[in-house]
Design a protein around this ligand. Structure first.
Ligand SMILES: [Zn+2]
Length: 414
């Protein structure tokens, strides 16, 4: 029985000597071996740890030699086996979680001296080819190379399958829990499964040149919120992104070129880590007011259908404010937490899409809306011209919660 994973063997004497471990595992093949000899009729069980540098491996006696198992993170492919003699902790990581569970239960049986019913390995050196299962990167750029009968190596951290004619995301990819970079560009994918959000380490997702029409709310609210840094949705058919998109707070690099976007998500200013934004050749008529809050290094909005700012403002002020309006303003101003478990879902949606006045307060249905132009250099270091005329200005919507706010800012609107 074998297990492929990363291993670090830590001596428990190290801290007493004032030394520290490296904190990083090496790729290894773990084998569970049994050996019978004439002098000892009962089988001895060993754990054999082989690495590329040490293919013969190091043996550790298992029988009645385990002090403790640490298996809290076994679902993430991590566990630690603490041995009595020698006093070491064997830390396993990046294992396939179901293989790890199977292996640990066999180790447990060997510790108790039970006969292990599964085929055990002999004490022979591990072949170099076995380490190929540790592939961390795989690039496939044609249909004929796409694995149909073989699984993807579970240790993959970077997978690219481009020009493979995929119409949906292969479920086998969603089991690759170590994936950091997934490139599915140049395929025919129409819809993304919400389970992509279960790839807890995914930092880079490339979906350039597919047939996507949306990016789901479920994905915006998945663990991608904590991991996703780079997202490429260029050359798709996306018309709008949900307001929850702005909860992908770790995003630094977002590409939306060549879609059919008619608006940015209104809370785009919440993407505080965003540095590179390109949305060239879309159908944006103007930018949302929160766009001013971005702080970018690079911005490309070339070839959009920006409209001329309207001279007359749209006035939708209520007097007096409705109960809904004033309570919504209060909730948002005081940052009172809300959710669909407390108030009806449609009210949550209203609150999620509330407009921000230039004074920093919020408004729902009672506001004055004006359009003005902004120079894109005020939010980005490097700006690609928005048109062939050499302009770097784009129309932006502004909201005012009251007549007072509008009058005070009327200079801005000129
Ligand atoms: Zn105001």
């Amino acid at each position: 029985m074998k297990l492929h994973c990363e291993v670090e063997v830590i001596s428990r004497h190290l801290p007493a000597l004032g030394l520290r471990n490296r904190g990083k595992g090496v790729r290894a093949v773990l084998s569970l071996c049994q050996q019978t000899s004439r002098s000892q009729p009962s089988a001895r069980a060993f754990l054999l740890i082989s690495t590329l540098k040490d293919k013969r491996g190091t043996r550790y006696e298992l029988r009645e030699n385990i002090e403790q198992f640490f298996t809290k993170f076994v679902d993430e492919g991590k566990a630690t086996v603490r041995l009595k003699e020698p006093p070491v902790d064997i830390c396993l990581s990046k294992a396939n979680s179901s293989s790890l569970k199977g292996f640990l239960s066999a180790v447990r049986l060997a510790h108790r001296g039970c006969k292990v019913d599964i085929p055990v390995s002999t004490l022979t050196p591990v072949k170099t080819s076995e380490f190929e299962n540790f592939k961390t990167k795989m690039v496939i750029t044609s249909k004929k190379d796409y694995p149909l009968s073989k699984n993807f190596p579970y240790s993959l951290e970077h997978l690219q399958t481009s020009y493979c004619g995929l119409v949906r995301v292969d479920m086998r990819m969603l089991c690759l829990k170590n994936l950091r970079k997934l490139d599915l560009s140049h395929n025919h994918i129409k819809k993304l499964p919400a389970t992509i959000g279960d790839l807890i380490h995914l930092q880079e997702l490339n979906l350039n040149d597919n047939h996507l029409e949306s990016f789901s709310v479920a994905l915006c609210q998945s663990t991608l919120q904590k991991s996703l840094r780079t997202l490429d949705l260029s050359k798709n058919k996306i018309k709008a992104l949900p307001v929850q998109f702005c909860q992908l707070q770790e995003l630094t690099n977002l590409k939306l070129d060549d879609n059919e976007l008619i608006q940015f998500p209104c809370k785009i200013g919440q993407l505080i880590n965003l540095r590179f934004l390109s949305a060239a050749r879309n159908k944006l008529p103007f930018l949302p007011s929160e766009f001013r809050n971005l702080s970018l290094e690079y911005l490309d909005l070339f070839g959009n259908t920006f409209e001329q700012p309207k001279i007359l403002p749209v006035i939708k002020l209520q007097a007096p404010l409705t109960l809904l309006e004033s309570s919504a303003r209060t909730i948002l101003y005081n940052r009172i937490p809300y959710g669909s478990h407390i108030i009806p879902f449609h009210l949550c949606q209203d609150l999620d899409t509330a407009k921000t006045c230039v004074c920093g307060r919020f408004c729902l249905n009672s506001f004055i809306q004006g359009t003005t132009t902004m120079n894109l250099h005020s939010v980005a270091h490097t700006v690609v011209l928005v048109d062939n005329m050499g302009g770097t200005e784009a129309p932006i919507v502004s909201y005012f919660c009251s007549l007072g706010c509008y009058v005070n800012s009327s200079d801005m609107l000129k």
